[in-house]
Design a binder for this molecule. Structure first.
Ligand code: HEC
Length: 135
């Protein structure tokens, strides 16, 4: 029983630490750098490498995100997008990315991206700053 309580306390501490880090992300000049860390939760499903690098050839669940900022939705040749994404008519500018990353299923109902959303605006901003460097 005591072990359980210690584990819970440790988890609470870890959560508190995460919250602090995201507040910092808003003010730190290098949002792209912290965005790169946040991106690790995307990297299980998305590659970020330039097309000429071996890492870009990895077949993951999601489409490659290199060059995504400014690109029309569902435009990577050969990737099997959902019908919802194909019909979305979106272009991935900052505002659209922000809305999608906050709640993918709200912006694109029927999307197959199984990601609940990033509620923290500072972390989304950091992510988008990082995505902009992928070009
Ligand atoms: C569990 C896997 C998974 C995770 C985690 C995930 N994605 Fe996705 N993502 C997908 C899939 C699958 C699609 C294609 C969705 C569709 O066709 O409806 C997608 C699509 C996208 C698109 C549209 C790309 C295009 O070419 O139109 C963007 C942008 C995107 N994801 C960004 C992210 C970011 C940033 C994160 C991290 C915060 C993330 N995703 C996390 C699976 C994932």
């Amino acid at each position: 029983m005591r072990h359980v309580r210690y584990a819970l306390a440790a988890a609470a501490l870890a959560l508190a630490a995460c919250g602090g880090a995201s507040d910092e992300a808003a003010t730190r000049p290098s949002a792209a750098a912290s965005g790169e860390r946040v991106f690790s939760q995307c990297a299980v499903c998305h590659t970020a490498a330039p097309p000429d690098q071996p890492a870009a050839k990895m077949r993951l669940i999601g489409p490659p995100l290199f060059g995504v900022v400014g690109r029309p939705a569902a435009s990577v040749p050969g990737f099997k997008y959902s019908r919802a994404m194909q019909a979305s008519g979106l272009v991935w500018d900052e505002a659209t990315l922000d809305a999608f990353l906050e709640n993918p299923h709200k912006l694109v109902p029927g999307t197959t991206m199984s990601f609940a959303g990033e509620a923290d605006a500072a972390r989304r901003a950091a992510l988008i700053a990082h995505l902009k460097t992928l070009k």
